[in-house]
Structures are given as structure tokens and as C-alpha cells.
Design a protein around this ligand. Sequence first.
Ligand code: ACO
Length: 332
Amino acid sequence: MPSVTAPHSVILGTGAYAPDKILTNGELERLVDTSDAWITERTGIRERRIAGDDQASSDMALHAAQRALQAAGLTAKDLDMIIVGTVTPDLPMPACAAILQQKLGAGPIPSFDISAACAGFIYAMSIADQFIRSGAQKHVLIVGVELLSRILNWKDRTTCVLFGDGAGAAVLGPAKEDGSGILSTKLYTDSSLVGSLCIPGGGSKEPLTAESLANARGKVHMAGQDIFKVAVKNLTSASRSALEQAELPASAVRWVVPHQANLRIIAQVAARLDIPLERFVLNIERYGNTSSASIPIALDEGLRDGRIQKGDTVLMCALGAGVSWGSALVRV
Ligand code: ACO
């Protein structure tokens, strides 16, 4: 039964996982016509993680989810729902969340994937928040996981240097104290740039053939500059909207945990929001762009190393293919 007074939902625990294998910019210099200097100056990325041949997205998600459950003091049997943000599910169907449910040993709870690319974790958080506030569900596991190395064209220097593999997770539940929890979330999609960041082949529109496979139609294609411009604009406006909805000024934000796509995008958003870059949790240097996993990996890092303290107001924002983007303001 829905509760009479809608509770805030709160982050009960987080977890993250990154594969052991490190791919440095120097190693990429031997694969494509690029340089450590170009990648570092244009993106802020120095290295990224690459999943093992025997790993699928659900395997990485499992590690992150188990760590988040442990941090929350819960077991898989306590979960009421699983939402996975991913564009690299193990299989086209069923959902990665269903496979994760099986690996976790969770009960027969609703489990589904969200396809919102880099904004997948923010989408998952907002959806989980609605279910918890309505009283329909109590404990919701949200995961961002990507095995992007499998969908990159390793001959295309404009994309292959940017991305990495990893997973991050959070368990959300009803808040016990007033004031803590998810204060606001905002979600958006603008379809005018659908073609600027996509995998053209492999879906129902263009099934893969031997020829299209050879032409990398099943891999990520991106018009980087188009995305760059809307990223700065939309991440700034979504962040402002989340603050406005919570009736808080930017100065109330203790930490920003942004999607880690490009350090220059983050720096421009920081300047527009007038929040010093020192208050951003950054790990793009070590992981590159892990799409939906990037925010929960950075959030987990900030919480575990003590930068993010109980009571801090944390702003998250992400933008990716769609283009879909969003923001979340959370008091941890
Ligand atoms: N190494 C060396 N040179 C390169 C490389 C490379 N890896 N990649 C591109 N170049 C070259 C280009 O060919 C171009 O050469 P030219 O001037 O001779 O034509 C030159 O560098 C400049 O290229 P730009 O595309 O103008 O470079 P830019 O400064 O825009 O940086 C980048 C490119 C890093 C992709 C940037 O545009 C970006 O970060 N875009 C946004 C990415 C993003 O946020 N994506 C959304 C999330 S991803 C998701 O949803 C899955």
C-alpha cells in the first residue's frame, strides 16, 4: 500500500567496480594515429579500464551491486526492484537487470534496463525515487554499467580513445531523517541530435550484414563537437533546474559529481555554474568515459575516501546519446 506521507528516498550504500586491465594513452598511440598529449589536453583522460574477454556487463554490475548492498547493510533478498542503466547489456534480450537479478540471487522482483546512454544512472535514480516516494517499493538497486570496449571501432581515433569499461551501483531506500535524501531530479531528451551519437547498425532498422560489420556500422559513431556544445549548455541548465526545484543556490552544493566525458566540458560547466572545479569529484584521468557507470563510480569514490561527508549536498549531472540528459540533487 502507498504510504500516506511520501518519504524522501535516500542513498543507503554505493559500490563500484572497474576491471583490472589498464589501457594507457601510450598504448593507444600504437593502435591509432593519436598521441598522449592530444588525448590528455583535449579530454583529460590518461588511461581507461578494459574488461576481460570472459566478462560481460552483468559480471561487472554484480561486483558493484554486491559492494553497494554491503555498504547499505542489506542483502539481495531485501531488494524490491533492480534498474540497470546500460547501452551494453549482455544480450539484446532479456534485460541485463534480469541477468543481474539471477546472479545476485534476488527474489522475483521487477528488474529492467534503462537505455539513456551516459544519463542512464540519473534516469535510474529518478525512476527509483518515484517508486520509493510513492510507497510502491522500499529498496531499489540502481546500477550504471558499460562494457564500451566491445562496441568501439578500434580504428576510429575520434571515439576509441574516449571510453572505458566499469560499473557503479547504489541502493536507495526511504529516508529515516528529515532533510537527507534525493532533493530533486530532472530528466530531458532532445532528439534533434539522434544521429550525432549512435550505433547505426545492429538494431531492427539496419540488421548487421557481413558488409556493414566490416564498415563498423555496429560500433559507436560520434560527431564530437556537436555533442560538446549541447553538453555544456544542457548540463548547466539541468543543474540549475535541479537547484531551483530544491530552492537552493549553487553555493549550497558541497560536491558536484559530473558525468566524466571530457574535462573541458566539466570545466566549462563549473565556470557557468560558478562552482569551483575543486568541488568536482573527478576521475576521468583514470577511467575515461564509462557512460552510465561514470557518476556512480565517482560517487562511490568520493564517499569511500571521505571527501563526501554525511549531510553534504551533492549535485550530479550527465548527458549522452539521445541526446538524453539529467541532473539530481542529493543530500547524503
Ligand atoms: N588523436 C589525435 N587527433 C585527433 C583525435 C585523436 N584521438 N581525434 C580527433 N583528432 C583530430 C581531428 O581529426 C581533428 O583534426 P583536423 O583538425 O585535422 O580535422 C582535430 O583532432 C580536432 O578534432 P575535434 O573533433 O575538433 O576535437 P575536439 O576538440 O572537439 O575534441 C572530442 C574531440 C574529445 C570528441 C570532444 O568533441 C568531446 O569530448 N565531445 C563530447 C563527447 C561527449 O560528451 N559524448 C557524450 C557522452 S558519450 C555517450 O553517450 C556514450
